[in-house]
Design a protein around this ligand. Structure first.
Ligand code: SAH
Ligand code: SF4
Length: 342
């Protein structure tokens, strides 16, 4: 750990090592942990229980972002555009319901995968997020919405498996330092060869959501360019291994694009692929994206697709679209702000 590593994301043991390195007694680590994770400090200087001379001269950053834009929606969902230390921006969403606060976090600035229906995909890849930049998103939403987060979904900008070591460390920090149960953490991925297995062997009790979006390889490749390097059968085999090693069922995400992958024959084919699999299919009606030449299916089309799967014995749900008129899908708020600034 070098002296400029931000403090956020560090475990109790790492904080202990750090305070000792700084020539301070080890009990200061416990105090620092509390001020970092429950009192929302933005600089060490705010830790008033620390000796004044030390906190004034110690310039180690905490690692918090600032809110650049905040767009509330009528259903209570709030989308945040956060500015990072280097001026890059990312999106984070707080989704409240009666007894939950779900935070949708980004794992990268932009995304390198280029899915043709996704606003983030059109923005291209910026960089990986550091552990503190992922943990910060949760603290920022908790603070702004005056509630503890109960569930976290890695469904904001970026492909978590492309940034796996930092994503894994952030999952551990959210679980151990902030106290969110592993089963309340969901990582969504389009799949990168080898990475689902690497993730499985971490033996976390995290939910894996796999963005499948098609019932076969040919259709999938047309909307998920990176699928060309990851045959459909191999992806499903890796998902089975995830279920086998973790005992957790998989959630298959399926964006419904009108006329492209939402016909009854697609539902029938999908059912043959995922049947007998410890899984669940989550249908997401497409959120219109400026650049993407797809249409959102009608509620009737969605219902036919859903009931076809259900009749075939597949556990299926339709994701309720929240905040859709405000800025639609993840990645769009940032893209619009970026295009307006040009
Ligand atoms: N890169 C990861 C996680 C971020 S995207 C992944 O692809 O899984 C999170 C989810 O949002 C994915 O299931 C993705 O397919 C979906 N998504 C992206 N753009 C969308 C859009 N315009 N409408 C509906 N869902 C979209
Ligand atoms: Fe990246 Fe996910 Fe968007 Fe595809 S859907 S471009 S993997 S963020």
């Amino acid at each position: 750990m070098n002296s400029i590593t931000p403090l956020l994301g560090l475990s109790s043991e790492e904080l202990t090592r750090w305070v000792i390195e700084q020539g301070q007694p080890s009990y200061r680590a416990k105090q620092l942990h509390q001020w970092l994770y429950t009192r929302n400090i933005r600089s060490l200087d705010e830790v008033t229980v620390f000796p004044k001379s030390w906190r004034e001269q110690n310039k180690t950053p905490v690692g918090r972002s600032t809110i650049a834009l905040q767009t509330p929606t009528p259903d209570g969902t709030i989308k945040f555009l956060l500015a990072l230390a280097d001026g890059q921006t990312i999106e984070t969403v707080g989704i409240p319901s009666d007894n939950r606060l779900t935070v949708c976090v980004s794992s990268q600035v932009g995304c390198a995968m280029g899915c043709t229906f996704c606003a983030t995909g059109y923005s291209g890849f910026g960089r990986h997020l550091e552990v503190h930049e992922i943990v910060d998103q949760v603290l920022t939403v908790q603070e702004a919405m005056s509630r503890r987060a109960s569930h976290i979904v890695y469904m904001g900008m970026g492909e978590p498996m492309h940034n796996l070591p930092r994503v894994i460390k952030s999952l551990r920090a959210l679980n151990q330092e902030i106290g969110i149960g592993q089963r309340q953490l969901t990582v969504s991925t389009v799949g990168i060869p080898g990475k689902i297995l690497d993730f499985a062997y971490e033996h976390l009790q995290v939910t894996l959501a796999v963005s499948l979006h098609a019932p076969n390889q040919t259709l999938r490749e047309q909307i998920v360019p990176t699928a060309k390097n990851y045959p459909y059968a191999d992806l499903l085999a890796d998902c089975r291994e995830y279920v086998r090693t973790t005992g957790r069922r998989i959630s298959f995400e399926y964006v419904l694009l009108s006329g492209f992958n939402d016909l009854p024959r697609h539902a029938e084919e999908l059912a043959t692929r995922v049947k007998g699999f410890q899984s669940h299919v989550n249908l997401i009606p497409f959120n219109p994206v400026d650049e993407a030449r797809f249409d959102r299916p009608t509620p009737k089309q969605v219902e036919i697709f859903r009931s076809t799967l259900e009749r075939a014995g597949v556990a299926v749900s339709v994701r309720q679209t929240r905040g859709v008129d405000q800025s639609a899908a993840c990645g769009q708020l940032r893209r619009r702000a970026f295009l307006q600034a040009k």
